[in-house]
Design a protein around this ligand. Structure first.
Ligand SMILES: [Fe+2]
Length: 388
């Protein structure tokens, strides 16, 4: 759920004749979620979006679950990783998965994608840990930079182009449920309320429609559906649109625009909530903020027993005050069923501190997560005992 937006040329009334200067009809496409009950957009193409030149072979694209890992507090020492593969799909490494989501890192070596990608399985949230560039899609050009969350509705056809010399690093959460702004921060008509930690001005839609009229040659698209990548070829550029309008489109939100909610005593994680995927997970942003101001407050969090969620933290900037031995770029997983809390000494050390400069992205899932075999090189075997 974002807000109504329009870009480019659209006819005054939907589902009516809309022609180019030569009198030819444009091709309208309704892109709708939850059948016809969710948010949607109407897109106007120069070519029929159904016109496929060739369907290529499908190739397996999946992961292997790490068997017999057990119930353990987990630290993945992923901070030293500079790249995880060549292109955008090869470098996408699933680390933690369940039936509703896949949490991956993606540190590609290449700065552009020679093909278009479409995820037909789920929405994607890409957190830009490093780098900047544009996400081009049938909705136009969407600039992104370090610290942005890019929220991409399923079946959006996109191509990432990186700008500058910094190799990109992405955290990617793929979700079976739609990824939305937080429901309790919206009024009954969908507008973000006054006490929301962000508002519509902080959500950035695509800025312009790219012109592909000079494009020559076939365009390859890789579509993820099931445990496979399906290869399609088009004889024109599929981003060949003249305009669109609606509520469904990719957008960015910067973690640097999240306005923290603070209190006299320690505020619980829901104050950091940024997105929701109903029944599946929440995403929270930990950002620099003033600490609790009760005279006897303890800024470090209290011990906490997740009785019905698994908690993943990706540490992105600064020093995380309740943890020892965790670097930026690392993950922790604190699974439901056992308590977790501040490392020894950090509670006492936090007293009297006025502020934190930490940044972290948290994903709390409601179904237990499984580690994949991709985690094996990064497991910190000592972490479960680091509270001794
Ligand atoms: Fe927690």
């Amino acid at each position: 759920m974002t807000y109504y937006y329009r870009l480019g040329k659209i006819p005054p009334k939907r589902h009516t004749q809309f022609r180019n200067d030569s009198g030819e009809l444009y091709h309208e496409e309704l892109v709708s979620s939850l059948g016809f009950s969710g948010v949607y957009s109407n897109i106007y193409h120069k070519n029929p979006p159904t016109n496929v030149k060739k369907v290529g072979p499908s190739t397996p694209y999946s992961y292997k679950i790490l068997k017999d890992y057990g119930l353990k507090m987990t630290h993945l020492k992923t901070s030293g990783i500079n790249y995880t593969g060549n292109d955008f799909l090869e470098s996408r490494v699933p680390l933690m998965v369940n039936s509703s989501c896949i949490i991956s890192i993606c540190y590609p070596d290449q700065l552009s994608m020679p093909y278009i990608f479409k995820n037909a399985d789920g929405d994607e949230m890409i957190y830009v840990y490093e780098g900047q560039g544009n996400l081009n899609s049938q909705f136009g050009k969407l600039p992104f930079k370090k610290g942005d969350y890019i929220v991409i509705p399923r079946t959006t056809m996109y191509q990432i182009e990186v700008e500058g010399e910094i190799k990109p690093k992405f955290l990617i959460v793929e979700s079976k449920a739609p990824i939305e702004t937080v429901g309790r921060y919206r009024n009954e008509l969908g507008q973000l309320l006054e006490h929301s930690p962000y508002c519509e001005r902080d959500l950035h839609p695509p800025i312009e429609i790219n012109d592909y009229s000079d494009h020559k040659g076939d365009v390859e698209m890789k579509i993820k559906k099931g445990d496979a990548l399906h290869q399609y070829f088009y004889g024109y550029h599929p981003f060949d649109i003249v305009g669109w309008d609606g509520f469904l489109y990719p957008y960015t939100f910067s973690i640097y625009d999240f306005e923290p909610i603070t209190g006299r005593i320690h505020q619980p994680p829901p104050v950091h909530q940024t997105f929701q995927a109903r029944g599946a997970f929440v995403v929270c942003s930990f950002v620099p903020r003033l600490f609790d101001y009760h005279p006897l407050s303890i800024p470090a969090p209290y011990n906490h027993s997740n009785i019905d969620s698994d908690e993943v933290l990706f540490y992105t900037e600064g020093e995380f005050m309740s943890r020892k031995g965790i670097d930026t770029g690392s993950f922790t997983l604190h699974p439901g069923g056992i308590p977790h809390g501040p490392h020894p000494g950090t509670m006492e050390k936090s007293i009297g501190k006025k502020e934190t400069k930490e940044y972290a992205v948290m994903v709390d899932t409601f179904a237990p997560l499984h580690l994949t075999e991709n985690c094996l090189p990064y497991l910190d075997e000592e972490y479960p005992y680091s509270w001794q």
